[in-house]
Unconditional design. Structure first.
Length: 290
């Protein structure tokens, strides 16, 4: 290996180290933002929801979206034009309605995966998307354990669409549109710690009405959207296999180690090259002697 080749190899390693460090910083940002303050969140009490779809209609109106699909006979997922949906589940001869939208994770996998910081958390905890920074890689979609971000594949100027928890309203002291529109008070807005306290209070006061579990308290490291229910959450379409660690936590140790591993690659390759080169030179000398 000549001098130029060695420095070229060092340059490649340095670039890889910078990329790993940048990804590592993404994990650190998610952790820093999530632990800095008590984020705002929403407590959704499915025992109070009557499936009126006032929340999904208010969401559409607040964000200039088309009229939402309110068909009770099909299970709906969020789309680029419907950021919140209501699904009906028939459980033990009872119809239970469940509101579904972005979970606004405490340590979001989508934020950690985003290379350009287009997906990020606001200071109040809302996970939002910045069109000016997005490069269209869609890593946020792949990384989300709740399958929430949706991409406008048919658009000439595609965007990533999802619930933004009406941060533009909360920044001026108002509540999210879905909360304001709910006639049954099934949706409560506030600080996450206060919502958890309220959820545990309802469970303690009415143990026959609720399962002893607040979904989102610990799932995937915790979310700002919290749920109460009268039946186990797996019967309502919730993922119950996520564990209690945030998804960025699974890669944090690896990303911290990458820069140190890469730093030793040029030296190791140089040593191997010299060892190989020495053996080659010896064989030439033997041939010459013969």
């Amino acid at each position: 290996m000549n001098r130029r080749g060695f420095f070229k190899l060092c340059g490649v390693a340095a670039g890889s180290t910078a990329l790993a460090t940048r990804a590592n910083a993404g994990v650190a940002r998610a952790s820093t933002v999530s632990s800095k303050d008590d984020p705002y969140g929403i407590l959704i009490d499915t025992t109070k929801c009557v499936g009126c779809n006032s929340c999904s209609e208010a969401c559409a109106e607040a964000h200039g979206l088309p009229e939402p699909n309110t068909d009770e006979d099909v299970l709906k997922d969020t789309t680029v034009t419907q950021w919140t949906v209501i699904n009906k589940f028939a459980v033990e001869d009872e119809d239970i309605y469940v509101k579904r939208q972005c979970m606004h994770c405490i340590e979001p996998a989508c934020v950690s995966a985003c290379l350009t910081e287009a997906m990020h958390k606001n200071e109040d905890g809302a996970v939002v998307w910045d069109a000016d920074r997005c490069m269209g890689c869609r890593y946020c979609m792949v990384s989300c354990p709740f399958d929430i971000p949706k991409y406008e594949y048919g658009s000439n100027n595609p965007k990533v669409q999802k619930c933004i928890r009406c941060f533009e309203l909360t920044e001026v002291g108002k509540v999210p549109a879905c909360v304001d529109a709910c006639p049954e008070e099934a949706i409560t807005f506030g600080r996450r710690s206060e919502l958890l306290a309220e959820g545990h209070k309802r469970i303690a006061e009415s143990p026959d009405d609720y399962v002893n579990h607040i979904y989102g308290e610990r799932e995937a490291g915790g979310t700002a959207m919290l749920y109460l229910a009268s039946v186990p959450f797996e019967q309502l379409g919730f993922r119950t296999d996520l564990g209690t660690r945030s998804y960025p936590e699974y890669t944090k140790e690896f990303l911290y180690a990458v820069p140190f591993l890469l730093a030793g690659v040029p030296a190791a390759l140089l040593g191997m090259s010299r060892a190989t080169s020495g053996k080659h030179d010896d064989s030439i000398d033997l041939d010459q002697e013969g």
